[in-house]
Design a protein around this ligand. Structure first.
Ligand code: MN
Ligand code: MN
Length: 377
């Protein structure tokens, strides 16, 4: 019989004598026994995809973490989708911008923009796309199938409320469709009465053949970005990679990929102008979020979990496991920006810092104005 941890710290707390959920408690040690520095009533900032309703469709699935799942999601929502070989996410568009990150396999992405440029691109693990608000697009698994993450710049977004090509046809008078395309109304006798959303199709032909068969059209690739080819910035304790409008021109969502070695930590910082959504790809980590007045709450994460940090709130991400942590941060801003606590103090006169915090050396002499987003344990 395993001994469950009891919420007792010194003279504070007491044992739990009622029912328990040992699996959930084990994944959330800092919720069961919070650090003594936690205080106040910050809202919940964690939601695992494992607890998100999964929509099973013809050959694939999709699940989402939106404001319905986590009330704090103001500016951003996130979707996880699986499309095996040939399976299609229906042609559609939406009111929000869609930022995508390929986790596994290979995927074909299709988009048409307002300049009548068309995009047909094959992407693999680590690659991105950006579908600007209102631009129609579709997604299809290649032979290997694919799984990916989508981030939208509105917490109220729902993957179940996008504008679908099937629904547009189903809800337009047939004679209007006939006039619009210059064909007899009978041409639309077989259109589906309902959405297809996710459905099986044959694996598409090689990309060169598909492009050639499309004839005289203007291709663009500006809405995809092969982030897998970037070289990360290395620091003692880990590495970071920024993808924002400086290297991926069309994006209005910035991304930071963080790799933390065991013991490594993303230093204490905040973002002046954007909410941050987090997707944990591997490892175990914890984060404390600090807010006025006297508010701090610590959350634990494993692979597949979603975290959130409202703009301007201080936070860190610490690797608390035995293996490496990989976490993706996406921001509701075109350019990545942060403020480092260490840099702030280092760039303030020492006497002023000493007067506030009643500290001396070693802290005052170890402050650094150099950019060091990751620190080693
Ligand atoms: Mn979409
Ligand atoms: Mn951050």
């Amino acid at each position: 019989m395993t001994t469950l941890k009891q919420p007792i710290v010194g003279t504070e707390g007491a044992d739990i004598v009622g029912p328990r959920n040992p699996d959930v408690e084990a994944q959330n040690p800092d919720i069961l026994i919070p650090p003594v520095t936690d205080h106040g009533g910050l809202p919940n900032l964690k939601f695992p995809f494992a607890m998100a309703h999964n929509r099973l469709e013809d050959g694939g699935w999709a699940r989402e973490v939106t404001r319905r799942e986590m009330g704090a999601l103001e500016e951003l929502a996130i979707v996880n989708m699986r499309l095996p070989a040939g399976v299609v996410r229906e042609m559609h568009w939406h009111k929000e911008a869609e930022w995508a990150y390929v986790l596994q396999g290979r995927v074909r992405f299709y988009l048409v923009d307002d300049q009548r440029q068309t995009l047909v691109e094959d992407l693999g693990p680590g690659d991105l796309w950006l579908a600007p608000a209102g631009f129609p697009h579709a997604i299809q698994g290649l032979e290997e199938g694919t799984e990916f993450i989508l981030v939208f710049n509105d917490g109220n977004f729902s993957e179940n409320q996008t504008l679908l090509v099937t629904e547009l046809f189903a809800h337009t008078p047939r004679e209007v469709l006939a006039k619009n395309f210059g064909v007899p109304a009978e041409a639309f006798a077989g259109i589906p009465a309902q959405e297809k959303y996710i459905f099986r199709q044959p694996v598409p032909a090689p990309i060169e053949q598909v492009r050639a068969e499309m004839g005289a059209v203007t291709f663009t690739d500006k809405y995809v970005f092969r982030a897998s080819q970037l070289t990360p910035s290395r620091f003692p304790g880990g590495a970071t990679t920024v993808v924002d409008a400086k290297n991926f021109e069309v994006t209005n969502l910035a991304a930071l990929f963080i790799d933390l070695e065991p013991g490594g930590m993303r230093e204490i910082h905040w973002h002046p102008d954007a909410d941050e959504i987090q997707y944990y790809i591997s490892g175990r980590a914890r984060m404390t979020v600090f807010d006025a007045v006297n508010n701090a709450r610590t959350f634990d994460f494993v692979a597949g979990d979603v975290g959130y940090v409202p703009k301007t709130l201080a936070h860190y991400i610490e690797n608390t496991g035995e293996g490496p942590v990989r976490v993706l941060n996406v921001f509701h801003t075109a350019q990545y920006r942060d403020v480092s606590l260490n840099n702030w103090l280092a760039l303030t006169p020492k006497d002023l810092v000493r007067g506030h915090l009643d500290v001396g050396d070693p802290l005052l002499s170890s402050l650094s104005s150099a950019r060091q987003p990751i620190v080693k344990g």
